[in-house]
Design a protein around this ligand. Structure first.
Ligand code: FAD
Length: 495
């Protein structure tokens, strides 16, 4: 299997090595469906979920489409490596049938029986370990759900009615605009301080872990509005979000779904592509043609462009005419989510059902079982905060990752487990993502979201970072790619 340049793995015998085997690598990297074509109907920049969806919808409608991707692979912030027969999801992982846009893709491409449930019961260590300061306590998963659900419900019940009327429809826009604007001024820390007196020390620790895992930063930098939106997407229920968004993933991996989308698009005969091609500028001329320039000196031309370049990367692209200030400022404020995600395999199957949370943690705040490897080891997935925060770690420091993982385990187990493998990708130091999933700081949603969704001349913008609905998630990326491709098709049909 081909190796992507992204990601790294560590084992005790081989040490650390960069690059991982994945079916997401595209080889050869360039394909021209119509070699003599000088002006494409549409250029799609980026081959994550938004870009793959948009390119497919355009090509199926007969549009000569050029996909331009900076990396050697498709998938963007969602892709899986395959190591010794086991899949490691490096970015976006969990999807669900309550996420309508991605579920359509899953069923369209025949993967509707390909589900794997995270956190299976029945292994020897079947409980949750909560570490809060020096206190370490093991509790049942039922108790873990009860504490998390209670604290999360209190946190989100800002209107006394669980947002059931004020934010009734999670995918709709324009609901209760005055309340939204008010809540958008507030950080997650402000809200926690409002309800702190209603929580026990343990509940506070659990809620802090839960929130940090959502937003990948300190609570003062995380806007309340995104948290409230996730509550509504979780059916306004205490455990709704976890039951939908941290529950099921594709057994054969997100890259399998991407490959099926990509091959379907290719089969139309309307898709050209160029990988390893980072775009540096996008220029619209007075004749209405948009030129996309790559760092390598190539220029591609089209009647319209769909950019899926992530929010935190957008300001590195030169636009002519320049982007309006409101869009540029949103890009400069960006998403605050700088979390780390790591896979840690422990020898033997004992930790399949285990989970751990830690406040403040030594680099990881959560770690939980997500299946067994082919070698029958426990495969754990962990999340940690922004590496620049006092409790963050840098991913080039393997000893720090090991220490962070062991710190989450029950004290008496720390010396008796063997770490067999670590796998991760450093999304924060990746120039084509500069962070992980989108989580907006206070005030940005009401100030900038609408502007982010607007086209700039014949340049259109699709991304999971500014979608409605499951913004910051795979579903949002698919929704946005679908909507923007439709917009471009309609516009070109009209003209
Ligand atoms: C660690 C992590 C865990 C996550 N967990 C989940 C989860 O469990 N469930 C879930 O639903 N979501 C999750 N997400 C979020 C989800 O992965 C993203 O919201 C979604 O993949 C974004 O898709 P996108 O197409 O909008 O952007 P991207 O996937 O980032 O696609 C943008 C593409 O543009 C390319 N690009 C960037 N700059 C340039 C340039 N200059 N020139 C050319 N190409 C460029 C990039 O290489 C990339 O391929 C997670 C994300 C991360 C990082």
């Amino acid at each position: 299997m081909a190796q992507t340049k992204d990601g790294f793995t560590w084992t005790p015998s081989a040490g650390r090595s960069t690059g991982l085997p994945s079916i997401s690598v595209v080889s050869p990297p360039v394909h021209l469906a119509a070699p003599k074509l000088l002006v494409y109907d549409v250029i799609v920049i980026g081959s994550g979920y938004a870009g793959l969806t948009a390119a497919r919808d355009l090509a199926v409608q007969g549009k000569q489409t050029l996909l331009v991707e900076a990396r050697d692979r498709f998938g963007g912030r969602s892709w899986n490596a395959s190591i010794n027969g086991s899949n490691y999801e490096m970015g976006g992982t969990w999807i669900h049938w309550h996420m309508p846009h991605i579920y359509r893709e899953v069923s369209l491409y025949g993967l509707h029986n390909d589900w794997v449930v995270t956190q299976n019961p029945g292994s020897k260590e079947d409980y949750c370990t909560l570490t809060s300061g020096d206190d370490v306590r093991n509790m049942s998963h039922d108790m873990e759900d009860e504490i998390t659900g209670k604290a999360w419900e209190l946190f989100c019940n800002i209107d006394g009615d669980h947002l059931r009327q004020t934010w009734k429809y999670p995918f709709a826009t324009g609901q209760s605009p005055e309340l939204m604007a008010k809540w958008d001024q507030i950080s997650c820390l402000d809200r926690l301080n409002e309800i702190r007196h209603l929580l026990t020390k343990e509940e506070t620790a659990v809620l802090e872990c839960f929130l940090q895992q959502m937003g990948g930063n300190s609570l003062d930098r995380m806007g309340l509005l995104d948290a409230l939106r996730w509550w509504t997407l979780g059916s306004h229920e205490p455990n709704g979000l976890n039951n939908i968004a941290l529950h099921t993933r594709l057994g054969s991996g997100n890259s399998r779904l991407h490959r099926r989308m990509f091959e379907h698009t290719l089969s139309t005969g309307n898709l050209s592509y160029t990988f390893n091609t980072p775009v540096c500028s996008i220029e619209e001329s007075t004749d209405g043609i948009v030129s996309v320039k790559a760092r390598g000196g190539q220029t591609f031309r089209a009647k319209a462009v769909i950019s899926t370049i992530p929010l935190n990367v957008l300001s590195s692209i030169t636009f002519s005419p320049p982007l309006p200030a409101v869009k540029l400022n949103a890009a400069l404020e960006g998403s605050v989510n700088k979390c780390n995600k790591v896979h840690v395999d422990l020898k033997g199957p004992d930790f399949l059902s285990w989970s751990g949370m830690c406040n403040a943690g030594k680099g990881l705040i959560s770690l939980f079982g997500d299946g067994l490897t082919r070698a029958n080891d426990s495969h754990l997935v962990g999340f940690g905060p922004d590496p620049e925060r006092p409790n963050g770690i840098k991913l080039d420091n393997i000893d720090a990752i090991k220490e962070a993982a062991l710190h989450l385990l029950p004290k008496e187990k720390r010396d008796s487990v063997d770490i067999e493998r670590i796998v991760s990708h450093d999304w924060n130091n990746d120039e084509f993502s500069k962070g992980t999933w989108c989580y907006l700081p206070p005030k940005v949603t009401t100030k900038h979201l609408e502007a982010l969704q607007q086209p700039h001349g014949r340049v259109f913008f699709a991304s999971g970072d500014w979608s409605d609905g499951w913004r910051g998630w795979i579903d949002g990326a698919v929704q946005s790619g679908m909507q923007v491709a439709h917009q471009v098709i309609q516009l070109q049909r009209a003209s």
